[in-house]
Design a binder for this molecule. Structure first.
Ligand SMILES: Cc1cc2nc3c(=O)[nH]c(=O)nc-3n(C[C@H](O)[C@H](O)[C@H](O)COP(=O)(O)OP(=O)(O)OC[C@H]3O[C@@H](n4cnc5c(N)ncnc54)[C@H](O)[C@@H]3O)c2cc1C
Length: 372
């Protein structure tokens, strides 16, 4: 046997899984092809999303873990506990903010409603016409590529890393492009949008996103700023949508998102989509048009039909474990994913119920649909 565990993919999810298992004394071999993925392209907002109880449970478990790890993260991880302001443009969105606040509080996520004056005090560069906001103070930001490296380093000698492309997986055996065949006690598939290539039939599809970063303008904004319409954009299942989402980088830069597109793997920047995204940003931050942008890029989120990741053993391939489909939340939810996966592998009781993240949920839904 090459190692107790082979992890395929060294993004934030694979790295967190390797870290958790090494912590439990297992030897872990992490294989990555070097082609990169969403971890290097994303925004790194650590956020309590509440589109479903299962989403909020995973986020809040994970955010607790990030907060526990935060004092040990090195400076390159650029972790900040800046909080999120969910912005309400009108009365209907204020009601939505109140609904969200009630849902978060049920899960003990600290939050407070802000009226228009308080919002202006906290973020004077925002459009003065906004009605108010919901402040979620435990949210934060992170530079995910370096956090993934940090997690792998914490595994010490328990983690070995190798640049290698996996071309086939059969249970706990992987075949590499260079002709080698490696065996382990278990294989964890954590290769993002490439997952269906190694595990045909997985319901994971790419969702393209654009991001843009400005030059350094310290003090322009202080919280991650997100319009309340973001959740409906994030969970749309077709079409192209944009929503205002702005992050204060520790460097003083502003990182702007976000867009979502389906049915494309073309990484080119699309002017019309970027234009819509920037127009949306101007609605909220009118002064942003005077700032210099220094780079924009695209990335692909690995989306499942219900927006929840797939975490757990493959029902038909003993020895193969899945940690894929984290869509726009994989940086937030990597620690909880890793804990759930480790608990499943080692027969421990999971900290939160895990059935909502199993691959079987899709076949259960199909069966229920056929019977209904
Ligand atoms: C535009 C955008 C904005 C985002 N914003 C946020 C955000 O604000 N907050 C948040 O929490 N999440 C965000 N996300 C989502 C988050 O970035 C992803 O969910 C997360 O990075 C997924 O990590 P991963 O480890 O599963 O996959 P990836 O980061 O895609 O890593 C997969 C790895 O597998 C490797 N690989 C692929 N195929 C093979 C193979 N055959 N053999 C060996 N190795 C292989 C690749 O080289 C890669 O390193 C965003 C994503 C995008 C695109």
């Amino acid at each position: 046997m090459t190692a107790d565990i082979i992890v395929v993919g060294a993004g934030i999810v694979g790295s967190a899984c390797a870290f958790e298992l090494a912590l439990r004394g297992l030897t872990v071999l992490v294989l990555d092809s070097g082609q990169g993925g969403a971890t290097g392209a994303g925004m790194g907002h650590l956020v309590a999303m509440d589109d479903s109880p299962a989403e909020l449970a995973l986020c809040s478990y994970s955010l607790d873990l990030w907060r526990q790890w935060a004092p040990r993260l090195d400076d390159t991880c650029a972790h900040r506990n800046c909080g999120t302001l969910w912005l309400a443009a009108n009365e209907a969105e204020m009601h939505e903010a109140e609904r969200k606040a009630a849902t978060l509080r049920e899960r003990d996520v600290a939050c407070e409603m802000l009226d228009a004056n308080r919002l202006q005090d906290l973020e004077p560069t925002l459009h003065p016409g906004l009605k108010g906001a919901l402040r979620v103070s435990g949210d934060g930001i992170l530079y995910a590529p370096n956090a993934a490296q940090w997690l792998l380093r914490q595994g010490g000698n328990g983690i070995t890393r190798e640049r290698a492309r996996v071309n086939t997986i059969r249970g706990s055996r992987v075949h590499l492009d260079d002709g080698r065949q490696l065996d382990a006690g278990a294989v964890i598939l954590a290769n993002g949008i490439q997952a269906p290539a190694l595990c045909p039939g997985l319901p994971v599809a790419p969702k393209k996103g654009h991001l843009l970063i400005t030059d350094r303008y310290p003090g322009q904004i202080h919280h991650q700023l997100v319009e309340l319409g973001y959740a409906s954009s994030a969970h749309a299942n077709s079409g192209t949508s944009v929503a205002f989402n702005a992050q204060p980088r520790p460097t003083g830069q502003i990182l702007l998102g976000s867009s979502r597109q389906f049915d494309t793997l073309d990484p080119r920047i699309e002017g019309p989509v970027l234009g819509r995204m920037l127009a949306r940003a101007l609605d909220y931050l009118p002064g942003i048009g005077n700032l210099n942008a220094i780079r924009c890029w695209t990335g692909f989120r690995a989306a499942t039909p219900d927006g929840l990741p797939i975490i757990g053993q493959h029902p038909d391939q003993p020895g193969l474990w899945l940690a894929v489909g984290h869509e726009g939340l994989g940086v937030t939810t990597a620690p909880a994913t890793a804990r759930l996966l480790a608990a499943g592998l080692l027969g421990e009781r999971p900290h939160i119920a895990s059935a909502a993240y199993s691959l079987e949920r899709f076949s259960r839904a199909l069966t229920a649909g056929a019977e209904g």
